[in-house]
Write a new protein. Structure first.
Lengths: 234, 234, 234
């Protein structure tokens, strides 16, 4: 692994840890946002930092038939991406009772997406595309849940919340389209772009979709009327 | 892997996906049965279809000292069999508060049973029988919980529910005796029956004990008086 | 593996199973302590017994560059140590609403500690010390949670409970300092002590910190005023 790639991963670790520290500081003055929202925002970058530390240290990847498979990315994603969906679902259900069926469905589909992605990256063509397709179907159903049932819950709940939910849902959707696109163009898929561009994409994309997402989401929730005040009104 | 075995696994994948679709259609008209009951019924065959897809595609097994170990079966079971027990426990507790201790005990024992089964199938004789015995002890304790505390909960709860619970518990018990029997007769155990019969058993058994079980269980629950009406009476 | 080491592991399996049986017998006369407290106390030694059975049977370890890595220990710990922390947190929150954020934080940090410990024991020097340091940071944050927020919850709750909590927290803290110390002195770390002493340490330490801890913790809880009586007073 050349120097540029290694430095990129160290940079990523630093950004994640700074992000986690920032959310911890925010949690000291929660502004009515429940503690578990901050906890999720902290867990995600800490876990991701450790996964990328293993890559930076030269351990979290292996060579499979002349291409590099960064399996540590999947160890990262299998934990952090379900948490991101849980955070998004909690935002939609901010003022309402948590719908466990919807949350578990999102987690189930997400775990399928990540595991099939891992198998895809370890498989040879054309089988890797079969696995990739299963993961893409799971992602499309996730998008359906985000934009139909979850959006409806937010819509029925509160005007300002609905506005915030649509923004964070759009933000997450756009970045999550970025992941499979980068995957497909990189060495695990078509192999059109170089290793360096692939690595850069998987450093920048998660910075925005992890720390960026939580900054955006928590900012909106902190500007909303606190749950406790709302519940006392009803 | 010869053609017959491969086609059997493709057939299995198709049956599982049709089953999942059927439960999804049922969930659109839930007849008072909570959404999470349908969700469990859908998760099970979808996960199992993906596991068997890996076998059909030639990946979910490996050769260990001249016999074939289908490790994808254990990846299937470690997720689907706890869910089946959770579904059965939810049926017993349909009208009563969910007893978390009983449910977690079932899941704990079941995970031990599947993991020891996996280790058994990777071990040489006579160590494989030691692991197999531990798994069998776990299964016997599961049967005890199904037929004593869970049955008592159903019995105290409602006459019609009790009748339904006994039927689905018997159905599950009989098929779950089939699994270790097939395992013992197959290549991982005594090796009495051929590879083809073993594969056929592990295609037919899960069709009945997964999709078959959920059809049977959901049919009974849909015929019962809905939980909500019952709770309003009390 | 020589005879002494093998016999030590068989002894450990026996102690764990006797411990589990003892907690099961206690649970038949729960003295107001909720069933799930006994369940946790039973799960821990049963799981640990199975993990050490795999070592005793000659399977749960492998040779990595001329030293023995007992990976089954980590399979043990990744399940049992979070449960021990959950049990400790439940003791602090015995009379109060369970604080899910604190419990999930403990579990998250603990899983990081065990996984980084596993990676450390598979890594070469000096990288193993980097992983070991991450695990130590996680442990220090666990100690902070045990001695600040959890202690405060117990303190505000009840005088007698507070007294008991401080005792079990001190007990767990001292033994949990023992683990990384033994690790560091053993073959995975500095390699100062011999294989036999290392194995003996990892047989004695978990007997005290698993079965010993639960005996101590449950005894205290059984001597407290039952939750149900307390709740009826308020």
């Amino acid at each position: 692994m050349d120097n540029f790639i290694s430095q990129g991963h160290w940079f990523y670790v630093a950004v994640m840890l700074i992000g986690a520290l920032y959310f911890y500081i925010q949690s000291r003055e929660p502004k009515g946002v429940p503690k578990y929202e901050y906890m999720i925002a902290i867990f995600i970058p800490v876990w991701s930092a450790i996964a990328y530390f293993s890559i930076a240290a030269g351990q979290g990847f292996l060579e499979v038939s002349e291409r590099t498979v960064y399996f540590a990315r999947y160890l990262d994603w299998v934990f952090t991406t379900p948490l991101l969906l849980v955070a998004l679902a909690f935002t939609a259900m901010y003022y309402t009772k948590k719908n466990i069926s919807i949350i578990l469905s999102l987690v189930f589909l997400d775990v399928i997406m990540i595991l099939t992605g891992l198998i895809a990256s370890l498989s040879e063509s054309p089988l890797n595309y079969a696995w990739y397709s299963i993961g893409t179907v799971a992602l499309l159903i996730i998008f359906y849940i985000v934009w139909v049932p979850l959006k409806n819950i937010a819509k029925k709940s509160d005007e300002k919340l609905y506005h915030h939910y649509r923004n964070v849902a759009l933000y997450l959707t756009l970045f999550w389209i970025g992941y499979p696109t980068a995957w497909l163009l990189g060495p695990s898929g078509l192999g059109i772009v170089s290793q360096s561009i692939d690595v850069t994409a998987f450093i920048l994309l998660p910075i925005f979709s992890k720390v960026g997402f939580s900054i955006f989401d928590l900012k909106g929730l902190r500007d909303l009327e606190p749950q406790t005040i709302r519940q006392n009104k009803n």
